[in-house]
Design a protein around this ligand. Structure first.
Ligand code: HAM
Length: 435
């Protein structure tokens, strides 16, 4: 039986144009992160499964993780996310290094998902995390990085928004105001997560089924409908939850000062499925009607280092997937065209004896960092320019019989429609022409 040419379900082959696109995305991510002083890091593809069992949350563990026994009977998993790995790495070195620690990475992950728009089994995810920042400054900075990144891709506040909540608020509302026990709290987390995707009566039924009282239900629906930063603060104060209200109000005022509120909105349905978050949680959403989906997700996690028996070190970060980002850039016409590669010079010869000269000029130009493609056989004149176009070369070198006889080459700039003959050894003049 013939083997399938298709990649494994939910994974992608990156043909050159796709790889150019991914490299472009990565480049913008790296330059943005580095403009804030974030340093690149990476970790292993496999981790012991326990690392994820500790705090990655039910859905990831029960439904999505790729895990297996290795030959030494260790249960390992292909990384489904980076946060446990980065926490493990930071746990090794945080005592010796100056804080805050600012790191970024663009690793690939595997999650066993039903492939659909925006969701695959293998995807790349930009991770940007800060550890040990004082007060709420880490949260503010991480949101700034996320916004700056989208701005560098050419997007603005009419195209995306960040919906935010705080796990402390969610816990306060569920446990202190609705008086939920642990099981009910757990159920409500899941219900809230689905709140926007289900019809009102289905939502009502799910809430009924938790067994919380009628007055708690009333308060729950009041809470779930809040959609502004100021409103949630008012809601908490009117219910005598001054401490949490003041803490969040402080975050809001810092976010306002940092100019972030143009992008930020409160959303009670943002709780995030990962167990490690302890402070703000957020998701960035595409505002385009055809692509109303989460582009990235993140939050503050202050206790993750404790799973390694380390003292708490506040961490905040986000993960942005390449699949959702690509959809976003496409739907807003922000993705450059990567059909054609970018090269500088196509070196051709029309006389069979031109090969040596072609090789020589190409070698010299590459030494000066030009991207040079040499044809490996004679190329007819009428084909040269078509080929140059396909290979993204703005310049062509022609070496015909006359040129071979006189030790010259002809260089043409197809854009400027300029051309000149050069002595093969006069590389400096050739370079000046190409520049
Ligand atoms: P997450 O919400 O699981 O968070 O994923 C963040 C982003 O990764 C999503 O918004 C989406 O862009 C992308 N993503 C997730 N699953 C898939 C998939 N199956 N296919 C394509 N893209 C996907 C985390 O992973 C956290 N560890 C992020 C984080 C970093 N929090 C703090 N630091």
């Amino acid at each position: 039986m013939a083997l399938s040419k298709q990649p494994y379900k939910g994974t992608r082959d990156f043909f050159p144009k796709d790889k150019r696109q991914r490299d472009f995305i990565e480049e913008v991510m790296a330059t943005t992160a580095e403009s804030f002083g974030y340093e690149p890091y990476d970790g292993p593809l496999l981790e012991e499964v326990e690392l994820y069992l500790a705090k990655s949350g039910e859905e990831l563990i029960n439904e999505q993780i790729y895990s297996f026994m290795d030959r030494g009977d260790r249960k390992v998993a292909i990384r489904p996310e980076m946060t446990p790995t980065v926490a493990r790495m930071v746990a090794q070195i945080h005592r010796e290094v100056a804080k805050p620690i600012r790191w970024y990475a663009f690793p690939n992950f595997m999650r066993y998902e039903r492939p659909q728009k925006g969701r695959l089994r293998e995807f790349w995810q930009f991770n940007c995390d800060i550890f040990g920042a004082p007060g709420r400054t880490g949260e503010i900075e991480i949101l700034q990085v996320a916004i700056e990144l989208f701005e560098r891709f050419g997007a603005n506040s009419s195209q995306f928004e960040i919906l935010i909540n705080d796990r402390k608020i969610v816990d306060t509302v569920f446990k202190d105001l609705l008086l939920c026990n642990d099981e009910q709290t757990h159920k409500l987390y899941k219900i809230v997560d689905k709140a926007k995707k289900v019809a009102p009566d289905a939502l009502q039924k799910m809430v009924n089924d938790t067994g919380i009282t009628e007055s708690a239900q009333k308060l729950f629906f009041q809470y779930i409908n809040i959609s502004s930063l100021d409103e949630i603060v008012k809601f908490l104060k009117s219910n005598n939850k001054h401490e949490v209200a003041d803490e969040f109000a402080q975050f809001v005022s810092e976010a306002k000062l940092a100019g972030l509120t143009e992008y930020l909105n409160f959303d009670a349905s943002i709780v995030r499925g990962l167990d490690y978050y302890t402070g703000i949680v957020f998701e960035m959403f595409d505002k385009h009607p055809e692509n109303r989906r989460a582009l990235c997700g993140g939050g503050a996690y202050h206790n993750l280092l404790q799973i390694f028996n380390e003292k708490p070190l506040p961490g905040v970060g986000f993960g942005l997937g390449d699949v959702t980002l690509t959809d976003f850039l496409n739907v807003h016409n922000l993705m450059p065209n990567f059909e054609i590669p970018l090269n500088d010079v196509l070196v051709t010869f029309q006389d069979p004896n031109g090969f040596q000269s072609a090789m020589k000029v190409a070698r010299e130009l590459r030494k000066k960092d030009f991207k040079v493609i040499t044809m490996l056989e004679e190329t007819k004149m009428k084909k040269v320019f078509e080929l140059a176009d396909k290979k993204g070369c703005k310049n062509v070198v022609l070496i015909g019989t006359d040129e071979v006889a006189t030790g010259k080459i002809q260089v043409k700039n197809t854009e400027k429609r300029d051309q000149k003959d050069f002595n093969l050894n006069d590389i400096e003049s050739i370079i000046n022409f190409l520049k």
